[in-house]
Design a binder for this molecule. Sequence first.
Ligand SMILES: *Cc1c(COP(=O)(O)O)cnc(C)c1O
Length: 349
Amino acid sequence: MTNKIDIQSLIRPNVAKMKPYSSARDEFKNFDSEMIFLDANENPFETNVNRYPDPQQRQLKGILSKQKSIATNQILLGNGSDEVLDLIFRAFCEPAKDNIITLPPTYGMYGVLANLNDIENREVLLDSDFQPNWDEISKTADMRTKLLFICSPNNPTGNLIAAEKIEWLLKNYNGLVVVDEAYIDFANAESWIYKLDEFPNLIITQTLSKAYGLAGIRLGLCFASAEIISVLNKIKPPYNINELTQQSAIEQLRNTGKIKNDLSSLKEEKESLLKALVQVNFIERTFPTDANFILIKVDDAEKRYSQLLENGIVVRNRSSQPLCENSLRITIGTNSENTKLINTLKTLK
Ligand SMILES: *Cc1c(COP(=O)(O)O)cnc(C)c1O
């Protein structure tokens, strides 16, 4: 059974009616050939960035299309995933009328963006294994529930959401399912990208901020049907990905050797950190993780957080999140950073 979903009926009416703004660079399609550009009021003297960037980032999308085996018209790029997520809200959620479902404990930006866009955020807690509770989700969703956010691997818990749960939700829920795969490159699992043809209501977000080591350039990726991507494309700011970001992403994406090396060394570091953490007496639990961080439960999170800070180590206290009482989230660092962390933890009284 595949979900027969009419994407057009989910789009906000004002967005459905909108004609896209056409920038100077949009109107001139033949971007690569030698032309004299007197159309955008730019400064003609060369600085490497005196021209507006390609609004459709064709070269960059060409590389991503090959690497991810997906058509370029199924890719949208944003100024970080945060912009991508915001565009999804603005395309589909009518302020003060529509609602979304999020599954705490999870990434805080979904709630922040819901708030910003005046969209009700209906929270359905994950169960004690940090997996979605589908009975509760079904009861909570109504005709105005446009989006369901699933973060897999989940932040801050680190676990993957079970594939059969995601599949069930894709088939049974009548809105769009956003699967946030910010940490997918660290996981022992396939991306949902390969299921896009099967599920017309699936949107996947990824980022170059984590595994690719490019948090500073702000580049978020979105993959969905060509129909959904064209709606998001229509409302995005024309030049949302700046020239320096495009250039540096192209350079780094070609450097597949570095990314592979980083990933395997972080994986090794994670394994040895996990082994070392269980030997620290005030750490009551380390949660299994498919990401580049580890959630731990301690005796007193506030106290341990401050002690680490006094020793020059900053971790994230996630205790305010449901199901995360006395929990700290620790990012995997370099070998020497992790060694310092372990040595410090062992000395704490
Ligand atoms: C870090 C993170 C992101 C990345 O956001 P960017 O804006 O692309 O840096 C997205 N989702 C989750 C769950 C994250 O933890």
